[in-house]
Design a protein around this ligand. Structure first.
Ligand code: IVH
Length: 668
């Protein structure tokens, strides 16, 4: 039986490889699924032959577990970036002088995903770790195992132990479909495939990861017994072991060849199924790489040439204006659909009145659109030569497109606002959407369409109405089923446990984001104190400036807001800091900046981060002369350790840290 199971596993591995790496399947999906089911059946009947690397393990598991932090054996560094071929030439000259002998370069595509380091022992995938801070990352093995193009078991002649690094990517087609689904579900969209890939890899539930169809391209081998001294040959060997290695890899003998590679792929990359953002140029020989060595941040033997952001030209058909929950007006350009960086663009942000003015836009203009990091591209220029039948000049609105109120513009701010905070429909609905959102009250069942429906029918006029919704009123609405009605009520009920700091955030006070809401909650401890706080009281709180203070005072000077808060209080929402948080909140670290490094036994890094903040300290990422101390666990990064020693920064272990913060607590 064992042989039968093993044979079936080998057979399925080969089909996986043919399909996901070579893109040349030799059997139908149906046959594949059938064989997989057969294997699942056999494995279930014979648990004694369990294998964590079996093809059946790729479906994921819904066991939720936090990620363990793992120190990288070799730190994961980044590359120096250049945007001009001149700088590539400088790199070439530096390398030539540094080596003072013949050398070859390898050009590769720079894949725009999230980096991963895989460790293989005896041909089996044993660990997959994210880049993290470069010194240690999250162990995401369970998630990576669901990626079909990543071999769980290697073929051929491979070293006993090695690491391979590459990029996890979400193909454009998968990304578009995922965002379409998210839009339908009223979930927040991913800005780009990179964020989607890294977000997916960090999901706790690997069954969901499995459904997201990620892919992996590999470009860097590390280990003691690599097959060759040439990077290009190592990549070719890795390809033969089963890894997906890009075909767009070229050994170049001269700068001219590098230049030709750049120019070719600058255009051709648009036809690739995944995102790329540049070219990576590496010295081919590993011994020459060793000679050149590293700077503090990146290797001297490689450089990244980044492509210019992609541009497209299309026609401006109209401009519409959206009113946000704070009343901010966002102008949006409606365009003839055009292909840009793998997606079809129909709309672009015009940001504000100043930008519209400086672009000197007319309806019908041919405009250049560019994608930055955001999902909505921006208009960067107008092709004035292409202007013939001129339409109307685009002028910013004077009145709110929704309620007709005259727009206002605050000193020093770029945006125009509709001042009708409590009566302008999108502002009312926007406030409700914010109130129920995940990071605020997290009320399930109330998406923007449902809010709209309830608003139109007069059931929701104010956030406090959510707590007096009645089932019979809800079910009477045509488009809402009984189940949804009960869902909404249960969600509202559950939200009464949401802690005070999130309630403060949920109120939607302008400029009071999640962090500021936390600061205000810890400083004033309950809603009554916050309500009575004066400008002076507010600016006395660390990081609360004049602008936020004024906004808070203004919020509570509006009688409608006071009434809303009082209704929320009567409904049973948390209006003061919990006992536990009151106790754990001290001032032991006021004015101190603390760096966290290493792995800890008693609390997670996030918990330590929260403790630092709750005690008045600041958590910073890198060690400098200003660092007050380092909270260090096991395996502190060697770079940080060296820097700390050089600068004479104190290093404190977790027990010392815990007693530091508990001492001041008992003094309180
Ligand atoms: S080599 C020592 N090759 O770009 C650095 N990196 O800024 C070894 N990347 O962290 C990296 N494609 O996430 C290398 N062909 C490629 C790459 C590549 C994408 C990413 C990778 C790296 C970052 C460097």
């Amino acid at each position: 039986m064992k042989t039968q199971i093993e044979n079936l596993r080998r057979e399925l591995e080969q089909h996986n490889y043919n399909y996901y790496v070579l893109s040349q399947p030799t059997i139908s999906d149906f046959e594949f699924d059938d064989k997989l089911k057969q294997l699942q059946g056999l494995e279930a009947a014979h648990p004694e032959f369990f294998d964590p690397n079996s093809p059946t393990q790729r479906v994921g598991s819904d066991i939720v577990s936090g990620f363990e932090q793992v120190a990288h054996v070799y730190p994961m560094l980044s590359l120096g970036n250049t945007y001009s071929e001149g700088e590539v030439q400088d790199f070439y000259e530096r390398t030539r002088k540094g080596l003072n002998e013949e050398f070859e370069l390898v050009c590769e595509l720079k894949y725009d995903g999230t980096s991963i380091s895989l460790t293989y022992e005896k041909g089996l995938l044993v660990r997959a770790v994210t880049r993290g801070d470069g010194e240690k990352g999250d162990d995401v093995t369970a998630n990576v195992k669901t990626i079909r193009s990543i071999p769980l078991r290697l073929q051929g002649n491979f070293p006993d132990k090695f690491e391979i690094r590459g990029e996890i990517l979400m193909p454009w087609a998968v990304f578009d479909e995922l965002n379409r689904e998210r839009e339908a579900q009223e979930e927040q969209l991913f800005a780009n495939p990179r964020n989607a890939a890294s977000g997916t890899l960090k999901l706790q539930n690997s069954t969901v990861v499995a459904s997201r169809k990620l892919d992996g391209y590999f470009y860097y081998l590390l280990g003691e017994n690599l097959p060759s001294d040439l990077h290009s040959e190592n990549l070719a060997a890795a390809r033969s072991w089963g890894f997906k290695i890009s075909d767009a890899t070229k050994v170049c003998q001269s700068l001219e060849e590098v230049s030709a590679f750049i120019n070719y792929w600058d255009l051709e990359r648009k036809n690739l199924p995944v995102a790329t953002d540049g070219i990576v140029i590496k010295v081919n020989s590993l011994s020459q790489q060793k000679n050149l060595g590293f700077t503090a941040k990146s290797p001297r033997w490689a450089i990244a040439y980044k492509f210019q952001a992609e541009k497209a030209v299309t026609r401006l058909n109209s401009v519409s204006y959206q009113v946000g929950r704070t009343g901010a007006i966002t102008p949006v350009a409606n365009l003839d659909p055009v292909q840009l960086s793998g997606t079809v663009v129909k709309r672009a942000s015009l940001h504000n009145a100043d930008i519209i003015e400086s672009l000197d836009l007319y309806i019908g203009d041919m405009v250049f659109v560019e994608k930055g990091g955001e999902i909505i591209p921006k208009i960067t220029a107008v092709d004035k030569d292409a202007r013939f039948l001129i339409g109307d000049k685009v002028k910013f609105l004077k009145v709110c497109p929704e309620c007709g109120a005259a727009l206002v513009r605050f000193d020093g701010e770029a945006a125009h606002y509709c001042p009708n905070e409590n009566t302008c429909p999108p502002q009312i609905k926007g406030k409700m959407e914010h109130f129920v959102s995940r990071k605020a009250m997290n009320i399930d069942g109330l998406g923007s369409e449902t809010i709209n429906l309830l608003y139109q029918n007069g059931l929701l006029q104010n956030i406090a109405d959510i707590y007096s919704l009645k089932i019979p009123d809800l079910v009477r609405l045509e488009r809402l089923g009984t189940k949804s009605a009960y869902n909404i009520q249960a969600g509202a009920e559950k939200s009464k446990e949401v802690p005070f700091e999130r309630v403060v955030f949920a109120l939607g006070i302008r400029f009071v984001g999640e962090t500021i809401a936390k600061k205000l909650s810890y400083a004033f401890k309950n809603i009554e104190a916050l309500e009575c706080a004066t400008l002076e009281d507010l600016v006395a709180v660390d990081e609360i400036g004049e602008r936020i203070a004024q906004s808070v005072v203004q919020y509570f000077s509006d009688s409608l807001n006071v009434e809303t808060v009082s209704r929320l209080k009567s409904a049973g929402l948390q209006m003061s800091l919990s006992e536990e948080k009151l106790l754990s909140h001290g001032d032991a670290l006021i004015g101190l900046s603390v760096v966290i490094s290493g792995t800890f036994a008693k609390h997670s890094r996030d918990e330590y981060k929260a403790m630092i903040e709750m005690n008045g300290g600041k958590n910073v990422g890198s060690v400098s002369a200003k660092t007050s101390f380092i909270l260090a666990g096991e395996n502190m990064g060697p770079e940080k350790l060296k820097k700390a020693e050089n600068l004479g920064v104190k290093i404190i272990d977790e027990d010392t840290f815990l007693s530091m913060i508990s001492e001041t607590k008992s003094e309180e």
